[in-house]
Write a new protein. Structure first.
Length: 156
């Protein structure tokens, strides 16, 4: 990254800091007694976590010289999406509302690979857990046990 690009990127980040929660709001959140109470405060402030996440990643994509350097932060979304797609497939429901964005593996590619049992289309780190979780879910219908296979792969 050239010096001018770096300076521009820092300026863009600083500008976006003004959109974050201020110190008083953070104190109010820290003083809440429950998750529900914290959610109510965030709702009052019109803070939409999913929207904020999308905007943050859009900014990172614009200013980062190589977005793949951040893949390690998004891999957990891939594993969450795998669990969601597996459960949706076996319950014949639409997974869309539960999917996390952005992700390393595009959601459509992940869903297609799982539906068609084309595990080689997935990144190496997802192939075996996807195959094992699918087989277990098909055999037992146990979503929690299937989740543990995927969660374990994420931790590994």
């Amino acid at each position: 990254m050239r010096e001018t690009e770096y300076t521009t990127a820092v300026a863009r980040i600083r500008m976006n800091e003004n959109k974050l929660l201020n110190p008083e709001q953070i104190r109010q959140l820290a003083a809440t007694d429950s998750v529900e109470q914290a959610r109510r405060l965030l709702d009052e402030w019109h803070f939409d976590e999913q929207d904020e996440t999308q905007q943050t990643w859009a900014l990172i994509r614009e200013i980062a010289p190589d977005i793949s350097e951040f893949d390690f932060l998004l891999v957990r979304h891939d594993f969450h999406n795998l669990k969601t797609i597996l459960k949706a497939l076996f319950s014949e429901k639409d997974p869309s509302p539960m999917l996390l964005h952005p992700s390393v593996v595009p959601v459509q590619e992940l869903e297609q690979a799982v539906r068609q049992k084309r595990y080689t289309a997935l990144p190496e780190y997802m192939r075996r857990p996807a195959q094992r979780a699918y087989a277990l879910l098909a055999e037992t219908g146990d979503g929690q046990l299937s989740d543990t296979i995927v969660d374990r792969a994420l931790l590994d």
